[in-house]
Design a protein around this ligand. Structure first.
Ligand code: ZN
Length: 188
């Protein structure tokens, strides 16, 4: 039996349990007083049991401990976070993040991870708004601030103008370089 650590996996709501020994488990079944775990390695029959905040490892693993696995999970999490928070092309995010790590590029192929990157980016996009007012709400939502920038990454002025009922309403985008002219014009 050992003390254990729980970390977030790179998938939403996925938890990984380990005892700092290179073996990793996922949750198989959660009961009021215990949790059953299954080794993360495919085809390995090792299981674990958590009782009273201690992890009991059962059966022998059919593989060596993986001391680089935590770094791999972190690499994936960093890539997916950037996919959600930035508009940087997937390939560039992948290259930048893998170049920061050592010896992990063989374990994470761009082509096989691309779909997961695209899914993470798509999940972070706002839903298609039903009307202009809803769209105006997306404009000021901090989660989407990276979507409303100029090509060189500067924040744009964006606003919602509600006119008289017969005049309608509008969403306005103004380039940072034109903003001061706009304000001047509004004053006149
Ligand atoms: Zn195993």
């Amino acid at each position: 039996m050992m003390e254990f650590v729980t970390i977030e996996g790179f998938r939403t709501n996925s938890k990984i349990f380990h005892c700092n020994n290179g073996y990793f488990y996922k949750l198989k079944c959660s009961r009021p007083n215990s949790k059953s775990l299954q080794c993360l390695t495919t085809d390995c029959t090792a299981t674990g049991l958590i009782v009273d905040n201690l992890l009991y490892e059962k059966h022998t693993h059919t593989h060596d401990p993986d001391m680089g696995y935590l770094a791999l999970v972190n690499l994936k999490k960093n890539i997916l976070r950037r996919c959600a928070e930035e508009c940087t092309p997937h390939r560039i995010i992948y290259e930048e993040e893998t170049s920061r790590t050592q010896g992990l590029e063989d374990r994470l192929e761009y082509t096989s991870f691309l779909r997961i990157m695209e899914t993470a980016r798509a999940a972070a996009q706002p839903k298609i708004p039903n009307d202009l007012m809803e769209y105006a709400g997306d404009l000021v939502d901090p989660r989407y601030s990276h979507l409303f920038r100029t090509a060189n990454g500067r924040a744009m002025f964006k606003g919602f103008v509600m006119g008289a009922p017969d005049a309608g309403s509008a969403v306005v985008f103004i380039s940072p370089s034109l903003e001061k002219h706009f304000q001047l014009h509004m004053l006149l």
